[in-house]
Design a protein around this ligand. Structure first.
Ligand SMILES: [Zn+2]
Ligand SMILES: [Zn+2]
Length: 312
């Protein structure tokens, strides 16, 4: 459906170490009745309580197996089981996801009341969901690591109401059939004729697109084909420009590199997360990124929510 709400909750925005005000990475995306988690750092379930968004998670997509991105799964799964969940839960991730889920089952001696599955993803592999797709892409983080693109299906073009009336289609149910792609019959008697949807429907319009890089060095040229034109680019911005050498050494990006990526990928809005705990005011990262990207730039606080709107 094209009219679904699309909300992004920044439940955790910290870098490798939590701070008194920032929790390790956890991004919840809600689209219509679907709820997905992208990473699930320590403390995620309490952040979900604070955000009052419930535990009805359909799937968890993990970017990589550094502890700040997955430790929250242990507690969350136990709470779900305690709450009587019976629906299956799928955990998607790069290489070692099967090992992770096996270990999770082994150490979780509690009686898990719902099935848990693991699905390994690689560069270009995708998961088809209801009206949208999540596609994985490889990033550069020194171990198997993925970023994710959530992209909605294209929407139908605009309906040319006046054009339809001029072709003899009366306003009413026939409009709906044309909008759904059916060829219909209009007019009466000798004037009875076919009207095809392409005569009255404009070109299909893109759906919304969110890109989450997870932890990575600057990689935008390698992902141009997969991550271009995002409405929201959520990018690693662990370091500021003075620590560019350290960023490269530890496979992270600077805020300026995130800005460069946003420009190269033609993103609409840039979100900087995973800022290192050494920065007491990560808002300073905004000026670094601004030098490379002219669109809106945000450094969300934990529990902030962004609603993604259509471009037109
Ligand atoms: Zn991390
Ligand atoms: Zn990492």
């Amino acid at each position: 459906m094209s009219g679904e709400t699309l909300q992004v909750y920044f439940l955790g925005t910290a870098g490798a170490l939590p701070t008194p005000t920032r929790t390790p990475p956890c991004i919840m995306i809600r689209r219509g009745s679907d709820t997905l988690l992208f990473d699930c750092g320590e403390g995620a379930q309490q952040q979900m309580m604070r955000a009052r968004c419930g535990f009805a998670i359909n799937a968890i997509f993990v970017t990589h197996w550094h502890a700040d991105h997955f430790l929250g799964i242990f507690g969350l799964v136990q709470t779900m089981s305690f709450n009587g969940r019976t629906e299956p839960l799928t955990i998607y991730g790069p290489e070692w996801v099967h090992d992770f889920v096996r270990i999770l089952r082994q150490v979780a001696r509690f009686n898990l009341k719902f099935p848990m599955e693991s699905v390994e993803l690689g560069h270009g592999s995708w998961v088809r969901l209801d009206g949208y797709t999540v596609t994985a892409f490889s990033v550069s983080h020194g171990l198997p690591s993925l970023g994710y693109v959530l992209e909605e299906d294209p929407r139908p073009g605009r309906f040319d109401r006046e054009g339809a009336i001029a072709l003899g289609v009366p306003p009413g149910p026939l409009f709906g059939r044309l909008q759904r792609g059916e060829t219909i019959m209009a007019g009466t008697g000798t004037d009875r004729h076919e009207v095809r949807p392409e005569q009255v429907m404009g070109v299909r319009r893109p759906g919304r697109k969110i890109v989450y890089t997870g932890d990575t060095r600057a990689i935008h040229t390698q992902i141009l084909d997969i991550a271009h034109d995002a409405d929201l680019l959520i990018h690693d911005a662990t370091y500021d420009e003075s620590e560019a050498a350290r960023a490269a050494e530890f496979y992270h990006a600077t805020a300026a590199q995130a800005g460069e990526a946003a420009t190269a990928l033609n993103a609409r809005t840039l979100v900087l997360i995973h800022t290192s705990s050494r920065y007491t005011d990560p808002q300073a990262h905004v000026s670094d990124a601004k030098a490379r990207f002219s669109g809106p730039i945000l450094v969300p606080n934990d529990l902030e929510m962004i609603e993604v709107a259509f471009r037109d």
